[in-house]
Ligand binder design. Sequence first.
Ligand code: AMP
Ligand code: ZN
Length: 475
Amino acid sequence: MAERFSFYNSLTRNIDEFVPRIPGKVSMYTCGPTVYHYAHIGNIRTYIMQDVLVKALGFAGYDVKRVMNITDVGHLSSDADTGEDKMLAGAKREHKSVMEIARFYTDAFFKDFAAVGNKKPDVIEPATNCIPEFIHMIEVLLDKGFAYQAGGNIYFDTSKLDDYYVFSSAIEKEQLEIGVRDDVEEDTNKKNKTDFVLWFTKSKFEDQALKWDSPWGVGYPGWHIECSCISMKHLGEYIDIHCGGVDNMFPHHTNEIAQSESYLGHKWCSYWFHSNHLNDRAGKMSKSKGAVLTVSVLQEKGYDPLVYRFFCLQSHYRKPLEFSFDALDQAATVFDKLVKRVAELKNDGEVDETVKKDLEGKFLDAISNDLNTSMAITVLYDALKADTSDATKLALVESFDRVLSLALIDHAKKLKEGSSDVDPELLKYIEEQIAKRTEAKKNKDFATADAIRDELMQKGIEIKDTREGVKWQIV
Ligand code: AMP
Ligand code: ZN
């Protein structure tokens, strides 16, 4: 039996108790990356929080099937069908074909995706695999009168809907109407400003690399259609949870709902899970802003990707999170201490099932309360502090790590292996010398600090100052 689970649903603007259509089973859809560039650590924050949701649901006893698309066609630089084609811009930038760009950045994405401990979705489908499905849905929308042809393109007619801005309050709706009127670049083919392209045949992208035959001429799909079709292809007519970043709510998810529910003739998805952005000091992180800070770049700088995951888990997914290297360094220090505490546990004694169950209950309370990851980490500390056997504590670390995915036991093992060959006396000496050197540096006594380093070097111990603190090795 699956346990009670609640999270914020953008559709009702409430923390709702989760009730899937089929008891115990969850169908989940995730908007995947647009593969014209590297995914930055902001994108990866979104995928980390979705991974935690999947695993938290698993912890609560649900069986989750998750589908993700890969956007390799149709996404323009503005989400509202204007600007440059992102894939084409990527291909031009790197003098490669669109498919080469797509392949390269899809691989790079999944490398970083896995490095931060995320489980791969059960189905991953590139948009370019599903053109016949897109054409079919557009034909049905035309037949039902929800779409029209103008200037060669096919548009969705938003005036046919009773409620288009499904995620917004009445006041927000008014603001959106004004915003859309003022912001959107004129497309004289559109009957209404909020109408969106389902299929392009004629547009300013005469050099569009990928084109397909369609009943309306050679062309290519708009961006939004892919998520509706790919989700229905693998999950059927209903989905329980749809995920994305907050920027996806409008227009992307709003348009997905418009076309899916018009096509199906019934409600499509009950729960919408949106996570907030990672910002740097200059504002929202964005792929189009130039130099892209990726998980791989963090690794090159000496950070463990799971420290980045830990940094993300320390804050709530619905709050914006500001990234800085100082903040990441702090997370690294806390993470190292946590690993050290786990490494100190001895695998002896019996597992106390009552204590284990009680703390697992508290952990579940935290994650099933709108995915309160920082509270879940607090429960982990409570477990480490508990008046119980080390075996119970280790069992709890293992259990919680099914959701947190910080590889705590592995890290602890490596830490022990790294220090087990060293004589305990020598280890104590090294740690004391490092502490003295840190103190000297703090007091700006660099001569003493250097002398300590040289003395250690003479004994064959090299120390290095890294962003994650002082590291040493025997040379
Ligand atoms: P994209 O590849 O641009 O389609 O974005 C992939 C995912 O990352 C989407 O779900 C976006 O909502 C999300 N995203 C974009 N920018 C950020 C950011 N700065 N912080 C967190 N998530 C983001
Ligand atoms: Zn999508």
